[in-house]
Design a protein around this ligand. Sequence first.
Ligand SMILES: *Cc1c(COP(=O)(O)O)cnc(C)c1O
Length: 356
Amino acid sequence: MSRFWSQVARDLTPYVPGEQPKIANLIKLNTNEHPCPPSPKVVAAIRAELGDDGARLRLYPDPNADLLKTAIASRYAVTPQQVFVGNGSDEVLAHIFMALLKHEQPILFPDITYSFYPVYCGLYGVAHRTVPLADDFSINPTDYCNQANGGIIIANPNAPTGRLLPLAEIERIAAANPQSVVVIDEAYVDFGGESAIPLTARHDNLLVVHTLSKSRSLAGLRVGYAIGHGDLIEALERVKNSFNSYPLDRLAIVGATAAIADQEYFEKASQEVVATREQLIAELAALGFEVLPSAANFIFARHPQRDAAELAKALRERNIIVRHFKLPRIDQFLRITIGSRAECATLGAILSDILS
Ligand SMILES: *Cc1c(COP(=O)(O)O)cnc(C)c1O
């Protein structure tokens, strides 16, 4: 705190990202990155854009990233006018809070969900009300169908639980709230969910957000996007062009475009994670863990006899980092990213050792 801080800076409660350690040889299972590298076509596209001397970097990128919007539009059978792109989906979400969720009525989201949502509420002065998840950490759609609200945001699959809400329930929520925007954050949908993007054709209040950080192995490139009715996208463009006209740099635009275009690689890499997840769930269950059903590239698990914080600490001492949230209802759980098969095998062996 300093006398130079504005009231805004004083009042913030910033998001605390998972640790990005500088130590080598760690098995990093704490921030849901993909164990496989991105498509080789991403690397080739970035190399080509860079060229021998990087001369293109002299020039500003396309402020509208039309190349990328066109690739995304074609992949999801929408028009480029229905696509918004940003510097990671966190930035896309930030613009959504400002442009579409800031109204008189409070917005609704689950009590246990992506912890950036309340942070954006704080930053932009968006009133919110949290809706408790059921005891089994599932979302009850009816809770979102009978309450006045200024908007709704749901991560599906939810974070950090990994639980999936069926598409029909998403549609029910969208249909029940024609006066407010319903945002579905599908950061993990490619690992076992079904995207709500096709529903945006019938529901002009539905906005679906994706990231290339998880299923496209590109957390380091910072690209996310939203798909919905053109009127929603236009509001996001207005905010974006009042904040930063060039959120995506040249390398990000070509790299992300190549990633979206390489469907075959993407499907194979996603299947690899799903297969590893199922193997890890079986292994942890055999060690006595209770594991929530997961449609994501992570699992959420607790051991009835062991304190989660202590387990996380013991793993850390053996060079494995997982995520532990010191929050009500979930402080006995560990969120474990699905790593490579070798990493998950090591995790299983070390946990078995710690527990014995
Ligand atoms: C990882 C994650 C994001 C943010 O992704 P970036 O594109 O890397 O900013 C958004 N929402 C949820 C639920 C996430 O888990």
